[in-house]
Design a binder for this molecule. Structure first.
Ligand code: AMP
Length: 544
């Protein structure tokens, strides 16, 4: 027997309509590229989103078109999230830290029609423009007074586009499975792969995190997404915050410790979300000032595991820390380390032990670990296997990429994360290792295989391995361990010059370690596990 309830599509436009009506006083505060602090609220954003959506339509944007953004966290970027998806187009957020090669690949692969760019990133596009489709429209996200002199052809001005339009719009109704957002992950080797979110998955994900991450969500609170809007929907905050009546405080380009401290202190930010590297900077400033920013009580750490000392330092200041584990392919949140109420009065050490884990799954995400043959392992806290996930906000494949899609899911439809983990009997996830051969620096990926391939193309190198070495600020930094082909030992600078075409500067190895041989596994691959053990005492050049 079927239930007898209405079925309305879950659409992103409903989130903003609701927030403007229910939470008119909640603010959206942005540190802007123009250098000032800008304040607005959900009703004003709703009106400007109406103008922007009308402008997109006036420029011929249709349902399904991909509209790219290359921008910091700020109110204009938030407006793009809602205007683009609201009319059924796809908001394709681009990570400005990608290499030139990757950026050229994704703009062409996505077949972007329009690209919205912050003034800061205009030079990046100017340098790559000849590789982009000739009919790509460029819009610079500022007002006329701040428009830069640019070589971009026929660049339009964001504020002028809006000013020409009415704010009146009737949001179209369409199937909730319509694509809403596109984010490429470089979290594997080879070309980046696109996770194509739908209205349904984004709305559900916002609901999932707002019920599970109860430490952050509560009407009237202020949340600071330091995690970029160009990185997996800023972990869902652009949707979940308005839905729950939270104010959004955006840091813009200034993500160093002193700037974050100042903004958080003056705005009395309650909760801040970001990668461990960002919190290193903030903690240094907290130490320098001898106090925490006013009102700061909650921090969500994801992208990489937070070091225990970082968790302890926050907790000692009565700032509650929770890991969020997830992936681009999961919209992204899969688990969260909110302390169970039963542990509220547990000794400090036990609470920190818990907070070091990746926590419990959020409602709507299922987890399993499997062995090498794909057999499901017990959730007993002992067994360690590759982590697979399933849920309504997990990808079912990759955008226009049959090959990657074919490899994404197992026979039962679970997505393989490439993380190696254990799960306790209480359902607590602990990430133990990475099966994917990758280095994560400052929350961004570097493919060790790509680094190795580029290095191997140098005639002086016979064989090599790229591995991540622990770094207190960046989490990991790549180093190259190499066997020389002859007598020549190229310097790090020479290797950089040789490899720079394929990589962004920050992706290049910090050091070359010359060795006579590399440890091998039984199957003839370099054993990175043993290599890391051999280099246990190694210290990166900038830490010596
Ligand atoms: P991305 O798709 O770039 O967001 O990267 C997702 C990957 O980052 C995961 O598969 C993990 O390897 C890693 N990761 C994300 N969050 C955490 C966390 N809280 N602890 C440890 N690793 C994490």
């Amino acid at each position: 027997m079927q239930g007898m309830m209405m079925q309305r599509p879950l659409l992103i436009s409903d989130i903003l309509t609701y927030a403007a009506e229910a939470f008119p006083k909640a603010e959206v505060v942005s540190a802007r590229t123009e250098g000032d602090i800008h304040r607005t609220n959900y009703p004003e954003i709703r009106d400007r989103v109406g103008q922007l959506a009308n402008a997109l339509r006036a420029h011929g944007v249709q349902m399904g078109d991909r509209i790219a953004t290359l921008a910091w966290n700020g109110y204009r970027h938030l407006e793009l999230y809602y205007a683009i998806s609201g009319i059924g187009a796809v908001c394709h957020t681009i990570n400005p830290r990608l290499s030139a090669e990757q950026m050229i690949y994704i703009v062409n692969h996505a077949e972007d029609k329009v690209i919205f760019v912050d003034t800061t990133f205009v030079p990046i596009l100017e340098a790559l423009q000849s590789h982009f489709p000739a009919d790509l429209t460029y819009v610079i996200m500022t007002d006329r007074a701040h428009m830069p002199d640019t070589k971009l052809p026929n660049a339009l001005c964001y504020e002028e586009l809006l000013a020409e339009q009415s704010s009146e719009i009737e949001w179209p109704l369409f199937d909730e499975n319509t694509a809403a957002g596109l984010c490429y992950t470089s979290g594997t080797t080879g070309n980046p792969k696109g996770a194509l979110y739908s209205h349904r998955s984004n709305v559900l994900h916002a609901m999932m995190i707002s019920v599970t991450l109860s430490s952050t969500f509560g009407e009237g609170r202020k949340v600071l997404p330091v995690v970029p809007l160009f990185h997996v929907n800023a972990w869902g905050l652009p949707y979940a915050a308005p839905m729950s009546g939270l104010s959004l405080i955006f840091p813009g380009p200034a993500m160093d410790g002193p700037s974050l401290f100042k903004l958080m202190d003056s705005e009395e930010v309650y909760s801040a979300w970001g990668v461990p590297t960002i919190w290193m900077g903030l903690l240094a400033e907290i130490k320098a000032q001898g106090r925490k920013p006013k009102g700061f009580e909650d921090v969500v750490v994801g992208g990489s595991a937070a070091p225990r000392s970082m968790i302890e330092t926050f907790e000692e200041m009565d700032i509650s820390v929770g890991h969020a584990w997830g992936m681009t392919e999961m919209s992204p949140v899969g688990t969260h380390g909110t302390l169970p109420s039963t542990m509220k009065d547990a000794p400090f050490k036990e609470r920190i032990d818990f907070k070091q884990t990746q926590g419990r799954r959020v409602f709507g995400v299922e987890l399993k670990i499997v062995d090498d043959e794909g057999k499901t392992l017990p959730k007993d806290g002992e067994a360690v296997g590759e982590l697979f996930v399933r849920g309504n906000a997990v990808v079912s494949g990759y955008f226009n990429n049959e090959e990657a899609t074919a490899k994404a899911l197992d026979a039962d439809g679970w997505f393989g994360t490439g993380d190696v983990a254990s799960i306790s009997a209480e359902g607590i996830l602990t990430i133990q290792d990475r099966a994917k051969d990758l280095i994560k620096s400052g929350g961004e990926w570097i493919s060790s295989i790509d680094v190795e391939n580029a290095a191997m193309s140098h005639p002086a190198i016979a064989n090599c391995a790229a591995i991540g070495m622990p770094h207190p600020k960046w989490d990991e930094r790549p180093v190259l361990v190499a066997i020389a082909a002859g007598d020549a030992r190229p310097s790090v600078e020479e290797m950089h010059a040789h490899m720079s075409e394929h990589f962004a500067k920050w992706q290049l190895p910090d050091d070359i370690i010359w060795v006579e041989e590399l440890p091998m596994t039984a199957t003839g691959k370099v054993s990175k596990l043993n290599l890391r053990k051999q280099l246990a005492d190694y210290v990166l050049p900038d830490l010596r």
